[in-house]
Write a protein that binds this ligand. Structure first.
Ligand SMILES: Cc1ncc(COP(=O)(O)O)c(C=O)c1O
Length: 370
């Protein structure tokens, strides 16, 4: 369903309207998108940016992260999380994950904190919320900000609120092409205060604090500080506003697809589904752990089934070698995890076909009885 709505009447009209308006940069449409998302989440405000990577970079800058600072982050994430940290001049301190969820646990986060830690950055892998509220007091006392990478987790729930609706963290979403909510490209940050929202807006607009309305009244503008060119295009906002109308249906489809995989794969020896807490999450993907991963990957690919590995660990990447340390749980996951095809346009027959092929690979590897 990701791209299909644009083939039909009102959705096509919304995009054509955005094209007709001719204001493709930051415009009222972007402000409307921000308002719609804030309303959906039940929060006062949301700041739209050009990508999820920009959302993380700008949130880190707003938390005054810079050279000499450390950011505690799982190695098990997309490299974008780490590049956003490096862009500020700070250093990543890679930590382990819980092998059952591929997310960090509060104890591991706390154990990794040093006097140089300025930010703790949990990744809501696969859409699963990470609840660090048990650490709020101790992190606050050390002036450490929690910035959550919720690129996968739009629509998921943490405690009794939607991810992004709790004030304990600065939440960063991606609205990229395959995300739970897509704008084509885009990202968003949920600020904790009005003042923080202002700082984020200045950072995304090249350090210019004046709004477009204010700028229309004067012959000049003031560049107040360092800033990025990271505003969202009105065209992306138009796509996001239409997708939001479909979000409940897409969320239900994603949950039901994930559950079909979990049901179909249960009982296949050597195959374990990584739990996403589907009752409370809008799953971004469906990941399995396989003892015969490499053989299964090649066998499924040769049958035209688009499996993948998300993600090769960052602490083993050449670009991040300076921060390499031993992370045995992450390294074992790296040998075992595989993402199955997962998108809301899939049918239950598609899922059954993938399940049958995974079963065959387990039979071939001898991990499962016929
Ligand atoms: C965990 C994670 N963080 C950050 C990002 C970056 O988002 P974007 O692609 O919108 O820059 C992604 C994108 O896939 C991601 O998966």
């Amino acid at each position: 369903m990701n791209a299909r709505p644009f083939l039909h009447g009102p959705e096509t009209e919304a995009l054509i309207e955005a094209l007709w308006l001719g204001q493709y940069g930051h415009s009222r449409l972007v402000e409307k998108f921000e308002h719609d998302i804030a309303e959906f989440l039940g929060v006062p405000d949301m700041v739209a940016v050009a990508s999820g990577t920009d959302a993380l970079h700008i949130a880190l800058l707003a938390a005054e992260v810079g050279p000499g600072d450390e950011v505690v982050v799982p190695s098990q994430t997309y490299c974008a999380t780490v590049q956003a940290i490096l862009a500020t001049g700070a250093q990543p301190r890679f930590i382990e994950i819980n092998p059952a969820t591929l997310c960090v646990e509060a104890d591991d986060v706390l154990a990794a904190v040093t006097p140089a830690t300025r930010v703790v950055l949990p990744v809501l892998y696969g859409g699963r919320a990470v609840d660090l509220s048990a650490l709020t007091e101790v992190l606050d006392s050390r002036r450490i900000t929690v910035i959550e990478d919720a690129a996968h987790a739009f629509g998921s729930v943490c405690g009794d609120k939607l991810v992004g609706a709790r004030r304990e963290a600065l939440t960063c979403f991606s609205f990229g092409p395959i995300k739970n909510l897509t704008c084509g490209q885009g990202g968003g940050i949920v600020p904790r205060t009005r003042e923080e929202a202002g700082r984020l807006r200045t950072l995304r607009a090249l350090g210019i604090a004046d709004s477009q309305r204010q700028r229309a009244q004067t012959t000049t503008y003031a560049v107040q500080q360092y800033g990025l060119r990271a505003t969202m295009s009105a065209l992306n906002a138009a796509i996001g506003r239409v997708q939001l109308r479909y979000f409940d249906a897409v969320a239900a489809l994603r949950k039901s697809l994930w559950q079909s995989y979990a049901d179909g794969l249960s009982g296949i020896g050597g195959v374990e589904v990584v739990d996403v807490d589907v009752a409370r999450s809008v799953p971004f993907n469906c990941v399995v752990r396989l003892v015969h991963r490499d053989a299964a990957f090649h066998a499924l690919r040769s049958r035209g089934i688009g499996v993948g590995v998300h993600y090769p660990p960052n602490h083993l990447q050449p670009a991040f070698a300076r921060w390499r340390r031993s992370l045995p749980v992450t390294e074992e996951s790296d040998r075992q995890i595989m993402s199955l095809p997962f998108h809301p346009a899939m049918s239950s027959e598609d899922v059954q076909r993938v399940v049958a092929a995974v079963r065959e690979t387990a039979l071939e590897a001898g991990t499962c009885a016929s």
